[in-house]
Design a protein. Structure first.
Length: 122
């Protein structure tokens, strides 16, 4: 019976380690997305995602305010992905929004979509 108990305890420990690694991976992806956002998006969208970055005042139309939940609810993840990847024009939106698909891999763009969603907190 003690051999079976050791097997169960070992399996339980393995599951805990896998869960911890998964949580660590999610946190790492969020950190990477945040860094990317600061490096390439915040100049227009602002560090807090309000569309108030240092370049925003000179842009027409103004950059999107990701904290506006009413507007953000209407945007699908696929639309946000397309806007980041192909630029505003690629999604029938503002030509002011540049395309990042040549600079950012799809996985990184998906992480940015998740981060952009996090600015709208209810």
């Amino acid at each position: 019976m003690s051999g079976r108990r050791a097997q169960i305890e070992t399996a339980g420990l393995a599951l805990v380690l896998v869960a911890a690694a998964g949580a660590s991976g999610v946190a790492h992806a969020a950190d990477n997305a945040r860094q990317t956002f600061v490096e390439v998006c915040a100049i227009c969208h602002g560090v807090g995602g309000k569309g108030d970055g240092p370049s925003a005042a000179g842009l027409n139309p103004r950059p999107a305010d990701f904290t506006d939940c009413a507007v953000m609810q209407k945007q699908s993840d696929a639309t946000l992905f397309t806007i980041i990847k192909r630029g505003g024009q690629g999604a029938g939106r503002s030509t002011v929004m540049p395309a990042w698909g040549d600079s950012l891999p799809d996985g990184q763009i998906r992480e940015l979509v998740t981060l952009v969603r996090s600015f709208c907190r209810r």
